[in-house]
Design a protein around this ligand. Structure first.
Ligand SMILES: C[S@@+](CC[C@H](N)C(=O)[O-])C[C@H]1O[C@@H](n2cnc3c(N)ncnc32)[C@H](O)[C@@H]1O
Length: 247
């Protein structure tokens, strides 16, 4: 450890001498890592980490669709993880909290089993009111945006059922234990993550899989809930995607 600290100090001094503006990159990376560790509630290192290729054994044919960068959506590696999870449970019925433009919905629709359906829930566009707190202004701005599901290719629309409601008032009763895969990615406040996860868990069949986006220090409430919920949580390496299999 001491040796590494000396090495780092030497390199930092060298960077300051050569080109001090390069420090920005080093400090940015270090700050991000320190943020992960600084707050024990947000520290994701305690979760079991799984390689995306180890989610399901053998080889599968995943189908992914790329999009020009869409903020607040799953990354390409997370798209692959969602595809792997769909294949892991041979998902025929999938429920998603948080459609937004449809990037993750598309990956789910591409990998749902033959004859299957993706149910995706978002706030009504003409009345995007919600009942539980959403403290982050950037999340409230996304919630108020129109064009939900707009990027989903037309040829996949027969595999997608759009549901329009505040997840806090959404009634999960008609879907109990009917879902093979649930994906939680709507509002990220503690109250909403708890609400959506508990409803999602009830909708999941035994042996089904529930996944959460944004299991990362910058979404402290997501990490906090996942640590408290008591499920066996795994985090997919190189992503902010966590999942758990219902016993
Ligand atoms: C982070 S985006 C989802 C991104 C999407 N899963 C993807 O990867 O492409 C969150 C979405 O959740 C929706 N949302 C926020 N609060 C909600 C609520 N209370 N009920 C239903 N949907 C909500 C927002 O309108 C927004 O479209």
């Amino acid at each position: 450890m001491i040796e590494k600290i000396f090495q780092l100090t030497g390199r930092l001094v060298q960077i300051v001498i050569q080109n001090p503006s390069d420090l920005q990159h080093v400090i940015g990376t270090a700050n991000w890592a320190a943020g992960e560790i600084f707050d024990p509630v947000a520290d994701t290192r305690t979760f079991k980490h799984v390689n995306v290729l180890d989610i399901c054994e053998g080889t599968q044919r995943w189908t992914l669709q790329s999009f020009p960068s869409v903020g607040a959506s799953v990354s390409p590696m997370e798209c692959a993880a969602l595809a792997a999870l769909a294949h892991l449970v041979n998902a025929k019925a999938i429920f998603e909290f948080g459609t937004y433009k449809g990037v993750s919905t598309t990956q789910l629709a591409l990998n749902v089993a033959e004859g299957g359906m993706v149910y995706t829930l978002d706030l009504p566009e003409d009345h995007p009111a919600y009942t539980l707190p959403i403290p982050k202004p950037e999340e409230r701005a996304i919630a108020a945006e129109g064009g939900k599901g707009i990027l989903i290719p037309r040829d996949l629309l027969n595999k997608v059922t759009f549901l329009s409601a505040d997840s806090a008032t959404f009634d999960e009763a008609p879907y109990l234990e009917s879902m093979d895969l649930v994906f939680v990615d709507a509002a990220h406040s503690y109250e909403y993550v708890k609400n959506d996860s508990e409803k999602g868990w009830k909708m999941l069949r035994p042996g089904g899989v529930i996944a959460w986006h944004d299991c990362v220090a910058s979404h402290r409430d997501v990490v906090k809930y996942l640590k408290e919920c008591g499920h066996d949580i795994k985090l997919v390496g190189g992503t902010a995607l966590a999942y758990s299999i219902k016993p």
